[in-house]
Write a protein that binds this ligand. Structure first.
Ligand code: PRP
Ligand code: MN
Ligand code: MG
Length: 181
């Protein structure tokens, strides 16, 4: 568990690439939500790093809330069963909501969340995801702000975990198969 480098195969997205992309996305969001109140909703725990950096690239004021859902548990595959572990503190009625996610994998988590949020009367709901795996999609998510499309491999770092580990890596990297097989 000590030496991180032995447990990764390749770096897919570097810290520098992540920050550059988040700045670009923040500039788009600044422009596209001009004159509107904006509520960012981070999906715990994976979105913590994206939220922290993306929100600080914005030039505007926002409000922030968090929802904790989990579908992966300790495995490497989505169970498809989404559980709410912590609900929002905010009433979404009339709000412009931007859901902030680290990754769209099968799409099941966001598909469930979007439906759940729509029923709460938000004025608008859009999605920002740092990563997306097109080849893993079981349901297609309409995601307005996408950072990077990546291959269908198990990735960790920058918020993404394997059994709760590796979230603190600054890059996004492919987990070495020997770690989970
Ligand atoms: C991961 C990731 C996304 C979701 C994407 O969360 O952070 O939220 O899975 O997978 P999907 O598109 O196949 O649904 P996870 O359930 O592992 O919880 P975590 O954020 O606490 O790690
Ligand atoms: Mn998550
Ligand atoms: Mg996880």
């Amino acid at each position: 568990a000590a030496d991180i480098a032995d447990q990764l195969s390749t770096v897919l997205v570097t810290e520098e690439e992540i920050q550059k992309k988040l700045l670009e996305l923040a500039q788009r969001v600044d422009a596209e939500y001009e004159g509107k109140d904006l509520l960012l909703v981070g999906v715990l725990k994976g979105a913590v790093m994206v939220m922290a950096d993306f929100a600080r690239h914005l030039q505007r004021d926002i409000t922030m809330d968090w929802m904790a859902v989990s579908s992966y548990g300790a495995g490497t595959k989505s169970s498809g069963v989404v559980q709410i572990r912590k609900d929002l503190d905010t009433d979404l009625h009339g709000k412009h909501v931007l859901i902030v996610e680290d990754i769209i994998d099968s799409g099941l988590t966001l598909s469930w969340l979007l439906e759940n949020f729509q029923s709460r009367g938000a004025e608008s709901i859009e999605v920002l995801a740092l990563l997306r795996k097109p080849d893993a999609a079981k349901v297609v998510i309409d995601c307005r702000y996408v950072g990077f499309d990546i291959p269908n491999e198990f990735v960790v770092g920058y918020g993404l975990d394997y059994a709760e580990r590796f979230r603190n890596l600054r890059d996004v990297a492919v987990l070495a198969p020997h770690v989970y097989s």
